[in-house]
Design a protein around this ligand. Structure first.
Ligand SMILES: CC(C)(COP(=O)(O)OP(=O)(O)OC[C@H]1O[C@@H](n2cnc3c(N)ncnc32)[C@H](O)[C@@H]1OP(=O)(O)O)[C@@H](O)C(=O)NCCC(=O)NCCS
Length: 162
């Protein structure tokens, strides 16, 4: 993505169900994160130039995830869902993070965003049970999806990978 794609990104993010006002919160978010230790990815429709999907990876100081990076605001336009775009974006971040020597790639999301949770789980990500209530919340997520509930095998923090 390029800075010139700002309006296209604001248009895309408005379709994604995030509680962000496009002209205020989403615009502020873009301006804060653009260029600030972030790597933005966009997928464009070749014939129309439409931005079909986008997200970004932020390399920050995350105490719970040393040497980490966070994937944020993955969005695929409703008409473009189900074609593997989210999987492609996530895979690219995995490659970019590994190439940059970052060992703790993570994402945070709401319990009800099952498509995104299933996508990241299938790519090898695992829940991080960093707080008491996390196992119970993940049990419900797994009941509501096809994911296996195996908390004994899941990390308590990102320090395991440091
Ligand atoms: C979540 C979202 C990004 C998925 O985008 P997508 O391009 O349709 O996803 P993909 O086609 O790459 O799917 C990859 C995998 O994710 C999972 N997945 C995607 N959509 C799913 C759904 N509706 N239900 C269950 N699993 C789903 C599947 O495992 C899928 O692989 P499969 O098709 O081989 O089974 C898209 O639905 C979206 O933009 N939602 C609104 C914004 C949002 O919730 N973002 C996440 C915030 S953290």
């Amino acid at each position: 993505m390029e800075l010139a794609d700002r309006d296209a990104w604001l248009d895309l993010i408005a379709t994604s169900g995030f509680f962000l006002h496009p002209e205020t919160e989403a615009a502020v978010l873009f301006d804060e994160y653009w260029g600030a230790e972030t790597s933005w990815l966009g997928v464009f429709h070749r014939q129309t130039g439409r931005l079909a999907a986008a997200d970004f990876m932020h390399i920050g100081d995350y105490p719970m995830y040393p040497n980490g990076a966070q994937m944020l605001y993955i969005s695929v336009r409703p008409a473009d869902r189900g074609f593997g775009l989210a999987r492609s974006l996530t895979r690219q971040h995995m490659i970019d993070a590994a190439s940059a020597g970052l060992h703790n790639l993570f994402a945070e999301t709401d319990d009800q965003r099952l498509p995104s949770i299933v996508n990241t789980f299938r790519l090898g990500f695992r829940p991080c049970l960093y707080a008491e209530e996390m196992a119970g919340r993940w049990e419900v997520v797994c009941q509501n999806s096809s994911l296996p509930f195996t908390p004994d095998q899941w990390p308590r923090s990102g320090h395991f990978a440091a």
